[in-house]
Design a protein around this ligand. Structure first.
Ligand SMILES: Cc1cc2nc3c(=O)[nH]c(=O)nc-3n(C[C@H](O)[C@H](O)[C@H](O)COP(=O)(O)O)c2cc1C
Length: 185
């Protein structure tokens, strides 16, 4: 199961970091990483780990400007792609077919090849344009899974809240996990 994880320049890069850690430990998953320049800046300001340290986890790391990298071509075999977190800029470009870096190009490729594509937007409030872009992507089969932790589980820490969203992402990718407590009624 070859998965491309993209981290773009939205707040909440902790979701991308934690997803990378979890996926890299799954035997059935080969995770590859691309981080936008804005994503690298957010990693610097929001995490206690540098971008360079994050590169220890994935099988491969791509430069966001490398449009010759394997994910930029439909002939490369991948199971799916997740953009976590996904900035409104990247989301809007993907919705409109703009492929100006490896993240937006790979997303367009995964769309045209009917592969799993999941975006975790993080912004609030949302403009009508962004909502329309999300609607458009959803109608094309893209999973829009916002960074929206729930509170019915009485989370005790930020990690609990992050893992709730992560569990939902893994469920959507059909990867077994017990990152959050399932509702039993
Ligand atoms: C500190 C900081 C926080 C930001 N947070 C967000 C955010 O939560 N959501 C968002 O859509 N953009 C956010 N941005 C703006 C994006 O980083 C900016 O639009 C950037 O061009 C996105 O580029 P990328 O999509 O290639 O990563 C933030 C920028 C900064 C400097």
């Amino acid at each position: 199961m070859r998965i491309l994880l993209a981290i773009s320049g939205a707040s909440g890069v902790i979701y991308g970091k934690r997803l990378l850690e979890v996926l890299s430990k799954k035997e059935e998953v080969d995770v590859e990483l691309v981080v936008s320049e804005a994503g690298k800046q957010l990693i610097d300001s929001e995490l206690d780990i540098s971008f360079e340290e994050l590169t220890d986890y994935p099988e491969k790391v791509y430069d966001p400007d490398d449009l010759k990298a394997p994910p930029a071509s439909g002939s490369s075999k991948y199971y799916g792609m997740a953009v976590v977190p996904c900035s409104m800029s990247s989301l809007s470009k993907i919705s409109n077919g703009i492929s100006d870096n490896l993240i937006t190009r790979a997303a367009s490729v995964f769309l045209k090849e009917d592969r799993k594509l999941l975006l975790t937007p993080r912004e609030t409030p949302l403009t009508t344009t962004w909502l329309e872009n999300m609607w458009h992507l959803s109608s094309e089969g893209v999973t829009i899974l916002p960074a929206m932790p729930a509170f019915y589980e009485d989370p005790e820490s930020i990690d609990d809240m992050v893992d709730f969203v992560l569990g939902k992402i893994l469920d959507s990718l059909e990867i077994q996990n017990s990152l959050y407590e399932r509702w039993e009624g």
